[in-house]
Design a protein around this ligand. Structure first.
Ligand code: ATP
Ligand code: MG
Length: 391
C-alpha cells in the first residue's frame, strides 16, 4: 500500500498576505530535513502539505523528523488510494487492521475536499462503517468515545485513509522571523531558550564562552551535542566559541570578588553583541530566569542588560526550573545538560556573589580593565563550528 505524510499547517494559516512566505519557508525546511532519506516529493494545496516518498525512502525516519519541524499543527501518516469507493473500503479495513483488531469501538470521519466526488461525506462514512462492521464483527460503532477513529479524506490528488492525526511541533517556520544569537552554556536553560525562540521562527547563531585550560574539550563537545539536538528543530547553525579565560583572569586579578560574575556576564553580552552584529543578528537570546541564581535577580539582570545595546530576548524569564526541565526532557536535551562537565561560569564562581549590585559600582570596577582590548581579542579569536542535526 502506498503511503504519504499529510501535514496540516499551523498558525501561519492566519497570516494573510505573508502566508505564501511562511508556506515557502516551511516547504524549504521540510525538504532540507528530509534530504538524504531516499527522496520525497513535497507539494502544497488547500492548507495541506503532501509529502510523498520515492520508492525505498525511509518513511519512519521522515515521520520522526517532520514531528520536529516548526509551523506544523498536525500531521498524519496515511495510505493513498484511488478516489473510488471499493478502494476506499478495502484500504479502511486493511491499513488500520492492527488497530481495528485491538479496538472494541470505532467511528468513521470523512472529509470531502473534492466536491465532484459523487458521494457526500456522511454517505462515505456510512459505507465505510458498514464495511468495517462486516469485516470485524467484534466491533461496535461509538460516535462519542470510540477506541479508534478511521479517517477518510477525499482530496484533489487522491483519497487517503489514516487513524489519529499526530500533534505537530507548532510555532512558525524557522527563518521567517529573522536572526538572533543564542548564548549557549552547557546547562539546562539555554538549550530550552534556543528551542523556544526557534519555535517563533528565528534562525539561530550560537555563541559559547569556553575557558581552556580551566574547562575541558569534553565540556565543549557537550555544547556541540546539545546544539545538535536543538538543531533537529531549529535547523543547522553556526557556533562561535569564544576563548574566555584571559578575560576571566583579568577580572579575577583586578576587580572585587563579589562582582566577578556580573562583570563577567557583562563581558559576555558585549562580546556576543559584536559577533551578533557581524553575523547579521538583530537580538541576543539567553536562558536567564528571574531569581534563579544570584546573577539573575532583577537588579543583576538590569546591570547585565545595560552592557549591550542590542535587544536581549529572555524567553524563560518567568518560568520555574521544573517547567524548564519539562521542556528540556521533551526536546531531549536534559540528559546531555546534566552531564557533569564544568562550565566557564562555575570555574571562577565567587563565594559570596552580590545579588543587589549597583551599576555605578560595576562601571567603577571595570575601569581597572582594558575592556576594549579584551573584547577585541576575544572577537578576533573566535572559533567557528558548523552544527548539524544528529541524524
Ligand atoms: P544554563 O542552564 O543555560 O547554563 P544557568 O541557569 O546556569 O543557565 P547562568 O550560568 O547564570 O544560568 O547563565 C545565564 C545565561 O547566560 C545562560 O542561560 C546562557 O544564555 C548564558 N551563559 C552562561 N554561561 C555561558 C557560556 N559559557 N557561554 C555562553 N553563554 C553562557
Ligand atoms: Mg550555566
Amino acid at each position: 500500500m502506498d503511503e504519504i505524510i499529510l501535514i496540516k499547517l499551523g498558525e501561519m494559516v492566519l497570516k494573510g498576505l505573508n502566508r505564501n512566505v511562511f508556506e515557502a519557508a516551511l516547504i524549504r525546511n521540510i525538504k532540507r530535513r528530509l534530504n538524504y532519506l531516499g527522496g520525497f516529493d513535497v507539494k502544497t494545496a488547500q492548507s495541506t502539505v503532501y509529502v510523498t516518498p520515492h520508492e525505498g525512502a525511509d518513511l519512519d525516519e521522515a515521520v520522526e523528523r517532520v514531528s520536529k519541524i516548526f509551523g506544523i499543527a498536525a500531521f498524519s501518516r496515511a495510505c493513498v488510494i484511488k478516489k473510488e469507493m471499493p478502494a476506499i473500503l478495502e484500504a479502511s479495513a486493511e491499513y488500520l487492521k492492527m488497530e481495528l483488531l485491538a479496538a472494541k469501538t470505532f467511528k468513521v470521519e470523512t472529509k470531502r475536499a473534492d466536491k465532484i466526488f459523487p458521494l457526500k461525506s456522511p454517505e462515505i462514512s456510512a459505507q465505510v462503517g458498514e464495511y468495517l462492521l462486516e469485516k470485524y464483527p467484534h466491533l461496535c460503532v461509538d460516535v462519542h468515545n470510540p477506541d479508534i477513529t478511521v479517517r477518510v479524506e477525499v482530496r484533489d490528488f487522491g483519497a487517503y485513509v489514516h487513524g489519529q492525526a499526530l500533534r505537530g511541533a507548532g510555532g512558525i517556520p524557522v527563518g521567517t522571523g529573522g536572526n538572533a544569537a543564542i548564548l549557549i552554556s552547557g546547562g539546562i536553560d539555554s538549550p530550552v531558550a534556543a528551542w523556544t525562540m526557534a519555535k517563533r521562527g528565528l534562525e539561530l547563531t550560537a555563541i559559547h564562552f569556553a575557558s581552556p585550560p580551566y574547562t575541558s574539550e569534553r565540556a565543549e563537545q557537550k555544547v556541540h551535542n546539545l546544539l545538535s539536538r536543538v538543531s533537529e528543530y531549529s535547523g543547522r547553525m553556526t557556533l562561535f566559541t569564544v576563548p574566555f579565560a584571559k578575560v576571566q583572569e583579568e577580572i579575577m586579578a583586578k576587580c572585587p570578588e563579589d562582582l566577578f560574575t556580573l562583570i563577567m556576564r557583562r563581558f559576555m553580552m558585549r562580546i556576543s553583541e559584536q559577533i551578533a552584529l557581524r553575523e547579521n543578528c538583530s537580538a541576543l537570546i539567553t536562558g536567564e530566569s528571574l531569581g534563579q541564581v544570584a546573577s539573575q535577580t532583577l537588579r543583576a539582570i538590569v546591570c547585565t542588560d545595560q552592557a549591550a545595546q542590542m535587544p536581549v530576548l529572555r524567553p524563560l524569564i518567568g518560568m520555574d526550573k521544573l517547567e524548564i526541565i519539562e521542556i528540556s526532557r521533551r526536546i531531549n536535551t536534559f540528559d546531555i545538560s546534566i552531564e557533569p562537565f564544568e562550565d566557564c561560569c562555575t570555574v571562577f564562581t565567587p563565594k559570596h556573589p552580590r545579588t543587589q549590585p549597583k551599576l555605578e559600582e560595576l562601571l567603577e570596577a571595570e575601569k581597572a580593565l582594558d575592556c576594549e582590548a579584551l573584547i577585541e581579542d576575544c572577537v578576533n579569536n573566535v572559533r567557528l563550528t558548523k552544527i548539524y542535526p544528529n541524524q
